[in-house]
Ligand binder design. Structure first.
Ligand SMILES: *[C@@H]1O[C@H](CO)[C@@H](O)[C@H](O)[C@H]1NC(C)=O
Ligand SMILES: *[C@@H]1O[C@H](CO)[C@@H](O)[C@H](O)[C@H]1NC(C)=O
Ligand SMILES: *[C@@H]1O[C@H](CO)[C@@H](O)[C@H](O)[C@H]1NC(C)=O
Ligand SMILES: *[C@@H]1O[C@H](CO)[C@@H](O)[C@H](O)[C@H]1NC(C)=O
Ligand SMILES: *[C@@H]1O[C@H](CO)[C@@H](O)[C@H](O)[C@H]1NC(C)=O
Ligand SMILES: *[C@@H]1O[C@H](CO)[C@@H](O)[C@H](O)[C@H]1NC(C)=O
Ligand SMILES: *[C@@H]1O[C@H](CO)[C@@H](O)[C@H](O)[C@H]1NC(C)=O
Length: 382
């Protein structure tokens, strides 16, 4: 019965959703933090982040990425992977594309928007090259790191957090080699501006600046934790997530509330990610499979980014406060501006750079409605 209610809500909501894309230029907001904040730890200030940061580079014609070790609960992708056993792009590529894109802006533009936390899912392609992935293969790590490096050369006080959420290998490369390859690449690019996990004395901004640190890297897999590594261990960053609760607005926000209330218990050397993202409900997966224009962007992300923006009002930074906040489509709903406002940055500089707003539709046509009604009659019977 609850699914029937959900359907009606969905149909009721089946109107236009405006996806507005704009963000102010926050090219060097860390540098312009008020001086009292320089002795704060970087784990205690508000930092905008992007979810699946590299997905702007996916293309409908990219190779489909099939991997058993990706997120277990990613129903959409599992469904698509199941279908991709017939491995032909075309319609399938198009479908995966629509539901895998979580960002429009490239890394450079995200950084200008104020994003300082990047979520990277990595895999090696058939040419042994490391790339970002999400359903499809995207651009190379080399390209991503180049954009970051160009940025930190210009803005030397900005500290970028790189979260290597997953690293999939192809059948020719062992896990150790993959890890080494990525670590070497990081060191080639960032050399002495990247901090060794064991060397970290303090996460205070002024101390990081004094050591010329610009990059902090996290690795999520728990294996192979060497001490002399540039990779911060899993335990140094908390990122509470629950697939099921994230499919409905109220349970998702409730989950965020509970975790926000408990944050202080973890100590302040732990980074803390608030996941401002929602997951598609299984009903949406069904509808999306047959609906012409359905995308993650218009069906899920635009609402989630707006809701997290609203949720942030009245939140605080500091030991018990907000730290990293991630979202899909970081330019929607003034997301980065809102996160950075928590740091009481009154002196946002530069002209406003606006990407022209675009409109998404979340509409359901009549044929689809009939189809849904039939599906529901069947569902209610069994
Ligand atoms: C990123 O996007 C901006 C704006 O669209 C563009 O000017 C810039 O050249 C892009 N950079 C890269 C490295 O793709
Ligand atoms: C990929 O790397 C593996 C192990 O280093 C090697 O055996 C294989 O030949 C490489 N494949 C290509 C296409 O370069
Ligand atoms: C490792 O990195 C190098 C250069 O960064 C690249 O040429 C090579 O193909 C990568 N892959 C493996 C498996 O070594
Ligand atoms: C940081 O960079 C400055 C200027 O480039 C240099 O003088 C200083 O020695 C560097 N500090 C460290 C700890 O490397
Ligand atoms: C973003 O902020 C500007 C200026 O504060 C405001 O005019 C605009 O309506 C906001 N956009 C959204 C989508 O909330
Ligand atoms: C952002 O502002 C900085 C400094 O004010 C400026 O150098 C840069 O070109 C601006 N970037 C964009 C994309 O507007
Ligand atoms: C799908 O999008 C096209 C243009 O982008 C529009 O003309 C069409 O009406 C949309 N279909 C539905 C069912 O919303």
């Amino acid at each position: 019965m609850s699914s029937l209610c959900f359907l009606f809500v969905l149909i009721w909501l089946g109107d236009r959703v405006f996806c507005q894309g704009s963000c102010r230029n926050h090219s060097d907001w860390m540098n312009h933090l008020p001086i009292e904040m320089h002795k704060m730890k970087i784990t205690e200030i508000a930092i905008p982040g992007s979810h699946d940061s590299g997905t702007y580079s996916l293309m409908k014609t990219s190779d489909i990425f099939i991997d058993g070790s990706s997120h277990k609960n990613d129903i959409i992708l599992d469904f698509l992977k199941f279908r991709s056993q017939y491995k032909q792009n075309g319609l399938l590529g198009e479908l995966i594309y629509r539901w895998s894109i979580t960002q429009d802006l490239n890394i450079t533009s995200q950084l200008y928007c104020g994003v300082r936390y990047l979520d990277l899912r990595i895999a090696f392609d058939h040419r042994n090259e490391s790339r970002v992935v999400h359903g499809l293969f995207g651009t190379t790590l080399h390209d991503i790191f180049t954009q970051i490096k160009d940025f930190i050369i210009k803005y030397s006080k900005e500290i970028i957090l790189l979260d290597l959420q997953s690293m999939a290998t192809n059948h020719e490369i062992s896990k150790e080699n993959a890890l080494k390859n990525v670590t070497d690449l990081l060191q080639d690019f960032f050399s002495d501006r990247i901090i060794f996990a064991e060397n970290i004395q303090s996460y205070k901004l002024k101390d990081l600046w004094q050591q010329n640190i610009s990059v902090i890297v996290f690795k999520r897999s728990r294996d192979n934790n060497k001490k002399d590594s540039i990779l911060h261990a899993h335990a140094s960053i908390r990122s509470p997530f629950d697939y099921k609760q994230f499919t409905q607005t109220w349970s998702w926000l409730h989950f965020l509330d509970l975790n926000y209330a408990n944050r202080g218990k973890q100590g302040t050397d732990t980074f803390y990610v608030t996941q401002g993202i929602m997951q598609p409900h299984w009903m949406e997966v069904v509808i999306a499979g047959i609906s012409e224009n359905a995308t993650l962007r218009s069906w899920v992300s635009s609402k989630a980014t707006r809701k997290i923006r609203d949720w942030l009002h009245g939140k605080h930074i500091g030991k018990n406060g907000i730290n990293i906040v991630i979202a899909d489509f970081v330019e929607f709903s003034n997301f980065t501006d809102t996160v950075l406002d928590l740091n009481a940055v009154t002196n946002v500089r530069g002209p406003t750079s606006r990407k022209s707003g675009s409109v998404c539709y979340r509409s359901i046509d009549n044929n689809l409605l009939w189809l849904l009604l039939i599906i529901f009659m069947l569902l209610e019977r069994y």
